[in-house]
Every structure is written in structure tokens, then in C-alpha cells.
Design a protein around this ligand. Structure first.
Ligand code: XMP
Length: 525
């Protein structure tokens, strides 16, 4: 067993939209924390987790309703600091003997409150608010329907807002803290200081650093894998690359990576990725050149979902074929991140609609009898980038825009032909070069070209042309779930269009896609 090295903070999730932000803030303070849904946290869980402090998140339920979600009473008997936020504050008060009422939208006293509010201190002093007020009031973000109307015994008020007389309360003897606002959101500008005070009270030393994480992760991988062999599907994306580099550091040549070239990669991509891993990182990489297979099966197909399904199926077949030849393979490595792992709390329920069948290796491990190694399960995306840099991956590689598994197939609406793919590769390379030359690459979340399934008439020199049109796409986004188009200057767009038409035979018209997501999606298919 690996010993618990870090002090751990437990966040009990009641389904707030912003629970993940609590974890982000704490990680910024070098505090190790985990989010777990309220319905799996029982006495045994608490004992096993052994938290140094607990945070009860916000959530959409109402404590005035019967059977509202609650933490186990044992949370208040652990002898560690507990912080309740919004719903967490209300359930804490109710369980400890206070009173919570449903909100009135207007009227005096406590009411429902949504949006910006200002908190003023009372006469009482608490370390939780030490250095927090920059002036005589502090901006916070409120989002609550119910409110506490009577404090539990032992609690005092330390901060009030016009509509929340119990905005900041605490029982400092038992180290229970309860706030009505959300310190984790951007609109509570001094929220980090608030969390800093809380973890200071709890005695955290800020021992969660990427360096420490790296050493610990290496130990864990060695322990899990023993002398078995690990295979890793390398896509050239950041997550699988960092996972591979970390596993390589742990077990060296017991790791073999498989890089599948489906003939739908960008210009020079296969060579660059393979060279970086083989030459720069010294990894064992099998380069699976299967372009003929993929392009052959895609011939004549123009329906987006059919294309995705063909690519997904072939990818698994090919990966399996190569992996079968690796002797002693017992594990499959995946670059799963923490946001994919957190079990979400669903009150409304109901499956969401499938917009696109995303391509991944789901189901593969069982089929092949492999166990999973997921060394990034505890990290957020930006932390993965930091780890990647620590492991020596070049910054230019770490900062690359995401690239989808089905590759250029979904940037080539309609039928895929080798000719169109070649034109698309060239146009995309010029476009990305333009973005880099203008120093815009890191401001953009993702940029690429799509080749449209139409030919249009143009005139070059004195001759008529009848060539393809292409669309440029560039978006800003945080997680790819929503996105906005990037506001290039007209000069930039004009210069780029001219370069593409001059430098890429086969394209005589360039358009810029200004659709946001929603209603559009980032990719064209
Ligand atoms: P959409 O087009 O759904 O894309 O708005 C959101 C993000 O996901 C990427 N994407 C994929 N990534 N396999 C992947 O690995 C896929 O099948 C896939 N489809 C879209 C897309 O590039 C964007 O970053």
C-alpha cells in the first residue's frame, strides 16, 4: 500500500454547478482535495478518507423539503474544521439545531438572492476573515433561494449583507464555519484569500506540489504494474502524451506506445509526434501506418456518423492487432483527467442527447483482458500541462490545440478523397503558420481549416479557376463545451485568405466561420 503522504481535504458535493471551482481554488493553494457526492459519503468512507478538513458544497436542493440530501452526522464529530457553503451552510445549520426557511423574493430580513452582494463585518473577529476585507465591505456572489433564519447553538455572526443577516457565521470553538455566498466563483474577487484562511485554520501546510505529485505517481505506477507490460495509445494530444511520459519515467521499457496513423493527420504530424517520443523522450513507439485501411473503408462515405463509426471501429481493431503482439501486456494506459472522474450528482436525471459519437477506446480494456493505468486521474487539465513541462515535454507541444480522434475526416464534410485531404493539409498548415506568425496561437483555444464539398468559380491571372472553397475556424473556449469565434482583425483575415489562395493549389475561395457553440459545434461534423 502507498502511504497517504498529503494532508487531504474532503469536499462533499451536493450538486452545485461550481463545486469543481472549490477544488481548483484549493489546488491553487497547494492543498490536496477530492470531491465526492454526498450519497457515497458514509461513516466508513469518512474513516477511510481521514480528512483534515471538510467542505460541504452548495446545491440545488432545499433543506426545507423532506429527504433533502445531508452529510452523515459523523462529519461534525471528526474534530476537524467544517465549512458549509450556501446549501452546505443551510444543511449544517439545520443538522446542528438552527432553522432554515424558504426564500421570499422580496421583503426584509433573509430572502432569496442571486448575483452580486456586499458583505460588511460585524464587531466579532474570526481568523476566517483575517485580512479579507480590503475596504469596509467585500464583494461576493450569492445564489440562494432559502436562508438561515435562526443560528444553531454556539454560532455567532461575523459578516452580514443587506439580504443575508447570517452571511458569515461560525462556531469557532468547534471550528464550524458557514457562509451563504460562494467564495469559489470569479465574482467573489477575494475568494482565494477566504479559502487560504480556512486551510490555514485547518493546519494545511500546502504540500501538494507538482514535484511531489510526480514522485508519488511514479511510486504508485510501479506498485500497480509490477513487472507487467503497459501499452498506451498515443494520439499526439497532451493528455496521452503526458500519461506516457510519466509512465515511462516509472517503468521505462515496460511501456510501449502505439501511434495509429489513420491517414487523417495534419501535415507532418505523424513524423513530428513519433520523432519527439522516440528521439526526444526515448520511448518505445510502434508507428502503425494504416492509412490505406482507413481511407479505403471511408471511400464513398459522406454521412458524419457513419464516418465516425468506421474510424472508431477500425481504430480499436488496429490498436488491438498491434497490442496483441506485445508480450506480457497487462495494462492499458489512459490519460483520464479528474473532471472525467468526478461522479456528478444528478437531481434532474435523464440521459443527455448524443450530438456526436465521440471516438475513444471505451470498452477496449475488457475486450483485451487489460487493466487500466490512469496516472492523471487526480489532475485538472492545466495541472497536466504543468506536469508535462516538469517531465521535459517541449512547451510548444504542451500548448498544442486539441485535435479530434477522427482527425481530418470531420473537417472534410461530404466524401473524403485523398486529393481533398492533401489540399486541406496544406491550407491548414498555412493558416496555423499565419496564427503563429501573428502571435495569436496561445490566445486561441482551437483553430483549423475545413475543406468544403463545393467548387466555386474564380479568376487567377487571366484564367478561370474552378476549385474548392475552405472555411477557417478559430474559437475561444474553456473546456470545448461552449465556444465563441475568435475576433480576428480584417487585415489578418485578408492576409490569410491571400496566402492560402496563392500557396495552396486547389483552393480559390476562403471563408471565416463566425458561429458560436451552441448553436454550432466546433468541428464541422
Ligand atoms: P465539437 O465539435 O463537439 O468539439 O464542438 C468539441 C471538442 O471535441 C473535439 N472532438 C473530438 N475529440 N474525438 C476526440 O478526441 C472525437 O470524436 C471528437 N469530436 C470532436 C473537438 O476537436 C473539440 O476540441
Amino acid at each position: 500500500m502507498t502511504h497517504q503522504i498529503h494532508d487531504r481535504l474532503l469536499i462533499i458535493d451536493f450538486g452545485s454547478q461550481v463545486t469543481q471551482l472549490i477544488a481548483r481554488r484549493l489546488r491553487e493553494l497547494n492543498v490536496y482535495c477530492e470531491i465526492h457526492p454526498f450519497n457515497i459519503v458514509d461513516d466508513a468512507f469518512l474513516q477511510g478518507f481521514n480528512p483534515k478538513a471538510v467542505i460541504l458544497s452548495g446545491g440545488p436542493a432545499s433543506v426545507v423539503h423532506e429527504n433533502s440530501p445531508r452529510p452523515p452526522a459523523a462529519v461534525f464529530e471528526l474534530g476537524v474544521p467544517v465549512l458549509g457553503i450556501c446549501y452546505g451552510q443551510q444543511i449544517m445549520m439545520q443538522m446542528l439545531g438552527g432553522l432554515v426557511e424558504g426564500g421570499k423574493i422580496s421583503g426584509g430580513g433573509g430572502t432569496a438572492e442571486f448575483g452580486r452582494a456586499y458583505i460588511a463585518p460585524t464587531e466579532e473577529q474570526t481568523d476566517l476573515l483575517r485580512g479579507w476585507f480590503k475596504t469596509d465591505r467585500e464583494q461576493v456572489w450569492m445564489s440562494h433561494g432559502d436562508h438561515v433564519s435562526r443560528l444553531a447553538p454556539g454560532f455567532k455572526v461575523y459578516g452580514t449583507s443587506p439580504h443575508a443577516p447570517f452571511a458569515v457565521t461560525a462556531d469557532t470553538d468547534r471550528e464550524f464555519y458557514a457562509v451563504q455566498f460562494h467564495p469559489e466563483v470569479h465574482h467573489t474577487p477575494n475568494g482565494l484569500k477566504f479559502y487560504e484562511n480556512f486551510v490555514h485554520i485547518a493546519g494545511f501546510t500546502g504540500d501538494w506540489t507538482m514535484n511531489a505529485y510526480r514522485d508519488e505517481a511514479v511510486e504508485k505506477i510501479r506498485e500497480q504494474v509490477g513487472d507487467a507490460h503497459v501499452i498506451c495509445g498515443l494520439s499526439g494530444g497532451v493528455d496521452s502524451s503526458v500519461a506516457a511520459a510519466l509512465i515511462h519515467e516509472a517503468i521505462g521499457d515496460q511501456l510501449t506506445c502505439v501511434f495509429v496513423d489513420h491517414g487523417l493527420l495534419r501535415k507532418n504530424e505523424a513524423e513530428e509526434v513519433v520523432a519527439m517520443f522516440r528521439d526526444h523522450m526515448n520511448l518505445r513507439v510502434i508507428y502503425a501506418d494504416e492509412a490505406e485501411l482507413f481511407l479505403g473503408e471511408l471511400e464513398g462515405q459522406s454521412d458524419p456518423e457513419t464516418k465516425r463509426k468506421i474510424i472508431g471501429r477500425l481504430f480499436i481493431d488496429v490498436f488491438q492487432k498491434y497490442a496483441n503482439d506485445i508480450e506480457g501486456a497487462g495494462f492499458l494506459a489512459q490519460g483520464t483527467l479528474y473532471p472525467d472522474v468526478i461522479e456528478s450528482v444528478s437531481f434532474a436525471g435523464g440521459p443527455s442527447v448524443t450530438i456526436k459519437s465521440h471516438h475513444n477506446v471505451g470498452g477496449l480494456p475488457e475486450k483485451m483482458g487489460l487493466k487500466l493505468v490512469e496516472p492523471l486521474r487526480e489532475l485538472f487539465k492545466d495541472e497536466v500541462r504543468v506536469l508535462g513541462r516538469e517531465l521535459g515535454l517541449p512547451p510548444s507541444f504542451i500548448g498544442r490545440h486539441p485535435f479530434p480522434g477522427p482527425g481530418l475526416a470531420i473537417r472534410c464534410p461530404g466524401e473524403i478523397t485523398r486529393e481533398k485531404l492533401e489540399i486541406l493539409r496544406e491550407a491548414d498548415a498555412v493558416y496555423i503558420d499565419q496564427i503563429r506568425r501573428h502571435g495569436l496561437y496561445d490566445d486561441i483555444w482551437q483553430a483549423f481549416c475545413a475543406i468544403l464539398p463545393v467548387r466555386t468559380v474564380g479568376v487567377m491571372g487571366d484564367g478561370r479557376t474552378y476549385d474548392f472553397a475552405c472555411a477557417l475556424r478559430a474559437v475561444t473556449s474553456v473546456d470545448g463545451m461552449t465556444a465563441d469565434y475568435y475576433p480576428f482583425s480584417h487585415d489578418f483575415l485578408g492576409e490569410t485568405a491571400t496566402r492560402i489562395i496563392n500557396e495552396v493549389p486547389g483552393i480559390n475561395r476562403v471563408t471565416y466561420d463566425i458561429t458560436s457553440k451552441p448553436p454550432g459545434t466546433i468541428e464541422w461534423e
